[in-house]
Design a protein around this ligand. Structure first.
Ligand SMILES: Cc1cc2nc3c(=O)[nH]c(=O)nc-3n(C[C@H](O)[C@H](O)[C@H](O)COP(=O)(O)OP(=O)(O)OC[C@H]3O[C@@H](n4cnc5c(N)ncnc54)[C@H](O)[C@@H]3O)c2cc1C
Length: 395
């Protein structure tokens, strides 16, 4: 804290993005507070694999290495995926990405959300530069000339040069700042579960496009696959209500029995799907990051990866400002972050939205188009490399 009692940065939200941001900024020598309503549940090796997993790209791995949490995550429970196979239920053609084609050992890693949060939370707890304020809730934000005043529900007031809102898709801080969002409700839910299959997953992330939405099988370290099945709301509710045997039969059929019969399943859960894009990322001395700024369709496993790129960008921008002797909360400093990230995030969200519309369309022409599209991308080496590098976070 400086002589005037101001912190350099307050991060709101200790999800994956807020925790990585707080830890990274503290490592960079900034004086940081991290405010969170509830501490993440601890990850334990003898608990079953968390139902929420993410496909982490290689630049997220680089960030974790820099933050000193990668070795703990890697030693715990992590499934590399070396290939990706994408095909369509209504058209011929198939995309096949192989890490070896690019000289890499893996395209990415399947990791439990709970494990990522746990490792980052442990990192934050061990870092002197972060003051953790938890449980606590932000109830008001006042953007001033010199600093931001953050009021907590218990009346505590904190002052900071810059406020970083990483408080998730519903972001209360975004609402307090009066920042609007555009987007689209997909009227879909993603049904998730872990399943065992008759044949091994071959360290491959599989995705089949179906008229109701894409179905992904992601390879877990224990040999099972984690499924993410995007379905219209009513169908998702029906899938949740089926008994295990009926669910396994419907799932096997929807997946074209690519890995044989589904031999076992865990309980299921479902998450509503929407696209959301904040109209701006900066308001005075406050900025948005992660799902508070952008929510994308999960069909290419990009949401959290985009958030980690926000973290890398913000760290760079704030470090450069300090090195130049600038105010880290000055408008021109924070706008550089907005320029670096908003267009890439919007492009990703709209690109995924376009893919979702193309593959979800029911008219008779589009299956031919998309079948041809998949076949062309698979055959044209530069196009395929471009898609593979985006998916693996090497763009
Ligand atoms: C089915 C599904 C599959 C997905 N798969 C992938 C994938 O494979 N790869 C990928 O990259 N992404 C994936 N995603 C997206 C990814 O899960 C999200 O992008 C990511 O979890 C967002 O993290 P976050 O830290 O921004 O937000 P959150 O995880 O929502 O964290 C926000 C935090 O803020 C706290 N908070 C909220 N309000 C306040 C307040 N007023 N005061 C204090 N704290 C507050 C909350 O308690 C929470 O801890 C998927 C999403 C879904 C739905």
């Amino acid at each position: 804290m400086n002589r005037r009692g101001e912190l350099d940065a307050i991060v709101v939200g200790a999800g994956a993005i807020g925790s990585a941001l707080a830890l990274g900024l503290a490592r960079d020598g900034f004086d940081v507070a991290l405010i969170e309503t509830r501490a993440p549940k601890p990850w334990r090796a003898d608990d079953d694999v968390d139902l929420r997993v993410v496909a982490l790209a290689s630049d997220a791995r680089d960030l974790f290495e820099d933050l000193g949490v990668w070795s703990a995550i890697f030693a715990a429970r992590i499934g590399p995926y070396r290939r990706m196979r994408v095909w369509d239920a209504s058209a011929p053609g198939e995309l096949d990405f192989d890490a070896a084609d690019d000289g890499h050992a893996a395209l990415g890693w399947i990791v439990e959300n709970k494990l990522i949060q746990h490792a980052l939370w442990q990192g934050v707890a061990a870092e002197h530069g972060v003051r953790v304020v938890c449980p606590a809730e932000v109830s008001a934000v006042a953007n001033g000339e010199e600093h931001v005043e953050v009021t907590l529900a218990d009346g505590t007031r904190l002052h900071t040069r810059v406020l970083l809102a990483a408080d998730g898709a519903e972001s209360p801080v975004r609402a307090m700042l009066g920042i609007d969002c555009g987007g689209r409700d997909y009227a879909q839910r993603a049904v998730v579960a872990h399943v065992a299959t008759a044949r091994p997953h071959e360290d491959t992330a599989w995705q089949r496009f179906l008229p109701g939405g894409p179905l992904a099988f992601l390879p877990l370290a224990d040999g099972r696959s984690s499924i993410v099945w995007s379905l219209p709301d009513g169908e998702a509710a029906r899938m949740l209500a089926l008994d295990d045997a009926a669910f396994r039969a419907e799932l096997g059929c929807a997946f074209d029995f690519r890995l044989g019969e589904i031999t076992a399943t865990t309980a299921r859960a479902a998450f509503p799907l929407r696209m959301r894009l904040a109209k701006k990322y900066v308001s005075g001395r406050a900025v948005l990051a992660g799902d508070a700024a952008h929510v994308v369709h999960p069909l290419a496993g990009q949401g959290m990866n985009l958030g980690f790129r926000d973290v890398a960008s913000l760290r760079g921008v704030l470090r450069d400002a300090r090195a130049r002797g600038s105010d880290i909360g000055a408008a021109h400093v924070l706008r550089r972050y907005e320029r670096e990230r908003r267009s890439e995030n919007a492009l990703a969200a709209r690109g995924l939205d376009a893919i979702e519309r193309l593959f979800g369309a029911n008219d008779p022409l589009t299956p031919t188009l998309r079948g041809a599209g998949l076949a062309i991308v698979d055959r044209v080496a530069p196009l395929k490399q471009w898609f593979a590098s985006i998916a693996a976070g090497r763009s």
